[in-house]
Design a protein around this ligand. Structure first.
Ligand code: F6R
Length: 362
């Protein structure tokens, strides 16, 4: 049932404030608080290894920034298909974490099995409680996103980020690596996040207008820095999956090391940049794009727009949010941009060609 939406994907995008709100209250005040408390004592953990595929991998990539910053634990991330065959050494003191919406992805399950008997603890973050990955892990955290029908993952990604943010805060508390008041402030930010997602959804029409022009493009670049870098990768993945437009995500600072050669007056470049400590550096990357006549779509907040919207093709103003957790709300913009571009192109949004919802073969 699409509840009045034209596609499951748009329904699932719209559900995000509700499912994220439900997730945060379950973990902060409800039945899941115990599951979070029962994760390993991170004061005794030397290293975390986060493994997944596709969008779930990008959630891990965002989490690496959060965990390293807040808990000061080294975090390694890898895609499951590489990890499993590389036979990486898993040393004592390692916690291995596997993220999967379906809990059945073949490569992720094989990577988990590789870690059995090697890692101190195997943790799963899943949407399907009775899935293989949940069952074979030592413990599992549920993302409670509800059934996700659209092949392109949306609400599962947001709720994966929700659980991983809570885990980063828990690990930080275990290690005393971030002052308790700061952790409490960040918990407050997470509690406000559903409201921020609702405000992000209000940008729907503005995003559809940008998408109607983006639909003409054959190549699109996405740029981001810090925790927004993995979101640039996710934005590019979402766009290519459902609109079939070639898209690549890059770390903003990598632009001049190659990808800027692609920029011309036909190349839209989506810059995901809340006004954070490194905003000026990203703006200077963006100016390099504009100097080569690239068409910049700047996605930022009010303060960012005030200082940097000159010369952009489009500027989309997102609700204010702590830059650390901005990937959660900016994900909504990336999803809506891909969605409306696909709708403008008339592709099969919920069932994109060549893709399956659950990849149970290699
Ligand atoms: C992209 C997408 C895929 C999945 C990937 C992993 O929109 O949905 O990239 O994220 O196939 O699937 P799960 O999370 O079920 O292991």
């Amino acid at each position: 049932d699409k509840s009045g939406h034209r596609h499951f994907m748009s329904k699932e995008i719209a559900e995000q404030p509700t499912v994220l709100g439900d997730l945060i209250s379950r973990y902060l005040d409800g039945a899941e608080a115990e599951a979070l408390a029962a994760t390993p004592d991170f004061a005794k953990v030397d290293r975390l290894v986060l493994v997944a595929c596709g969008t779930a991998f990008y959630a891990c990539h965002v989490a690496k920034y959060w965990i390293e910053k807040l808990a000061r634990i080294p975090v390694e991330i890898d895609v499951a298909s590489e990890f499993r065959y590389r036979e990486p050494p898993i040393t004592a003191g390692t916690v291995a974490l596997f993220v999967s919406q379906s809990g059945e992805t073949a490569d992720t399950l094989a990577a988990l099995r590789y870690c059995q008997g090697k890692a101190d603890h195997i943790l799963a973050v899943v949407n399907v409680a009775e899935s293989s990955i949940a069952r074979e892990a030592d413990s599992a955290l549920q993302i409670h996103a509800g059934v996700e029908v659209g092949v392109a993952s949306t609400k599962a990604f947001t709720n994966q980020l929700g659980v991983l943010a809570l885990l980063a805060l828990k690990a930080a508390a275990d290690r005393g690596a971030t002052p308790p008041e700061e952790l409490e402030r960040l918990r407050g930010t997470l509690r406000q996040m559903p409201g921020i997602l609702s405000q992000a959804l209000v940008r729907d029409e503005a995003i559809a207008a940008i998408a109607s022009q983006l639909a003409e493009a054959t190549d699109v670049l996405f740029l981001g820095r810090g925790p927004m870098y993995p979101l640039a990768l996710e934005g590019a993945l979402k766009l290519k999956e459902i609109s079939y437009i070639h898209a690549e995500g890059y770390a903003s600072g990598e632009l001049k090391h190659g990808p800027i050669a692609l920029v011309d007056d036909k190349t839209p470049v989506v810059v995901l940049a809340p006004r954070d400590a490194l905003f000026d550096k990203t703006v200077s990357n963006m100016q390099e794009v504009m100097a080569r006549h690239g068409k910049v779509v700047l996605i930022t907040d009010r303060k960012g727009a005030e200082t940097a919207s000159d010369g952009t093709w489009h500027t989309l103003v997102m609700p204010e949010v702590d830059p650390l957790f901005a990937p959660i709300s900016y994900a909504v913009a990336a999803q809506l941009l891909a969605y409306h571009t696909a709708v403008a192109k008339g592709t099969d949004v919920d069932q994109p060609r060549n893709l399956a919802k659950s990849v149970t073969v290699e």
